[in-house]
Design a protein around this ligand. Structure first.
Ligand code: 5GP
Length: 114
């Protein structure tokens, strides 16, 4: 059984969030601690994938859907351009082990990293 994380509680509705986009397989909501003018998290609803490598191997179509949702949100909330970040592993800063894409948008020219 998949480990419970903050994001699995968001998927189940136990922790309420402002849903910005949702499909059968994917949902998106604002990061609680934004690092950019627009900072949205896009996650799969499936809870068993700890990082993007596991998701890409098992469900590449869900990963493609996450990228499409990122573009849709960047179109709606910014000028259509965005930075997509997947942290994979605690040593590079991953804190929630339910795969998620950070979608950063707005003027990021002065900001080199998340
Ligand atoms: P990571 O460091 O694992 O790549 O990113 C986890 C992200 O989840 C962080 O940017 C953090 O601010 C965000 N986060 C952690 N807990 C919550 C929460 O309860 N709600 C929301 N919306 N974001 C969260």
């Amino acid at each position: 059984m998949a480990e419970e994380t903050i994001f699995s509680k968001i998927v189940s509705g136990e922790i309420p969030v402002k849903i910005l986009a949702e499909t059968e397989r994917v949902m998106a909501f604002p990061d609680i601690n934004p690092q950019a003018p627009v900072h949205v998290l896009v996650i799969p609803k499936a809870t068993q994938y700890r990082n993007v490598v596991e998701l890409a191997a098992a469900e590449p179509e869900t990963l493609a859907e996450m990228v499409a949702v990122a573009q849709q949100l960047a179109d709606e909330l910014a000028e259509g351009e965005f930075r997509l970040i997947f942290n994979s592993g605690a040593n590079v800063g991953q804190t929630v082990f339910h795969v998620h894409a950070h979608v950063l948008a707005g003027d990021l020219k002065e900001q080199s990293l998340v």
